[in-house]
Design a protein around this ligand. Structure first.
Ligand SMILES: C[S@@+](CC[C@H](N)C(=O)[O-])C[C@H]1O[C@@H](n2cnc3c(N)ncnc32)[C@H](O)[C@@H]1O
Length: 252
């Protein structure tokens, strides 16, 4: 990575590590997906893959009486969630763990619930869902959000922004992946636009604004901050062509 790339990465982390969440989502969506997971034991074992700073982990800790293992590959996220758990007295029930979701630290067939908001795309659903299936006990549930196309021919700008997610498809494609991995779809619903704006992009743009003021006169930093804000601006223009859906499925 050259110096400009390193600076952009540094500012990206400075923005994202301060946010309440690292992707779209909100408590009401987490609660709605959880309500689709019928027959959970009173104190389920929950694995939260790609937990980020743990916004949804904390909702799950409120909404269930279970034990939660929250896993993330970015150490500062794990440290931040660990500190939040300690401050809230939750560390005996909820563990923030560093690790790769491709090799989760939980034996197969034990999880009552695998959760993942905006993170399975790092492996791609075709690779992630069979792994998730193996982690679930029979009858266990998985709930995850994933980016989906909502139109047949999305604008080039949006396609380019999602270029890293080469296997992104429609909601119907995700349902096919769920079934192909041996899971039974239970339900799915779109993550509403408030979950993009109120919970994600508004705090992101506020933080970008603060950093713009701090770095006024530093063209390189301002360009990097503009690039971060551009994703939110793109969403303002093109929200009808893509979005996040919540999917819930069950291991038969
Ligand atoms: C878009 S963020 C979503 C974070 C959080 N779930 C939320 O909605 O706020 C994706 C997260 O996945 C994590 N991640 C990426 N690849 C991973 C992997 N292989 N194993 C575990 N976590 C991973 C990233 O560090 C990041 O925190």
């Amino acid at each position: 990575m050259d110096d400009t790339g390193a600076r952009a990465e540094e500012l990206f982390l400075e923005v994202f590590e301060s946010l309440p969440r690292q992707g779209p989502g909100r408590r009401a969506c987490t609660a709605r997906a959880l309500a689709l997971c019928a027959g959970l034991p009173e104190a389920p074992l929950v694995l939260d893959l790609g937990c980020g700073a743990g916004a949804q982990t904390l909702h799950l800790a409120e909404l269930t009486a279970g034990r939660i293992v929250a896993l993330d590959l970015h150490r500062p996220n794990v440290a931040r969630l660990g500190a939040t758990l300690a401050a809230r007295g939750l560390e005996r029930r909820v563990l923030a763990a560093w690790g790769d979701m491709a090799r989760p630290p939980v034996p197969p067939g034990r999880c009552d619930l695998v959760w993942s908001e905006g993170a399975l795309y790092n492996l791609g659903l075709a690779r992630a869902l069979p792994l998730v299936r193996e982690l679930l006990r029979p009858g266990g549930h998985v709930a995850f959000t994933d980016a989906v196309w909502r139109v047949a021919d999305p604008p080039a700008e949006v396609r380019e922004a999602f270029a890293e997610y080469a296997t992104m498809g429609t909601a119907a494609d995700a349902l096919r992946e769920i079934e192909a991995s041996g899971l039974a779809p239970v339900g799915h619903f779109p993550v509403p636009d408030e979950a993009w704006w109120d919970d994600f992009y508004t705090p992101l743009l506020r933080r970008v604004g603060e950093l713009r003021a701090q770095h006024a006169g530093d063209a390189e930093a301002l360009a990097a901050l503009d690039a971060i804000a551009a994703e939110a601006e793109m969403h303002r223009r093109h929200a009808s062509s893509y979005g996040y859906d919540f999917f819930v499925a069950r291991r038969p």
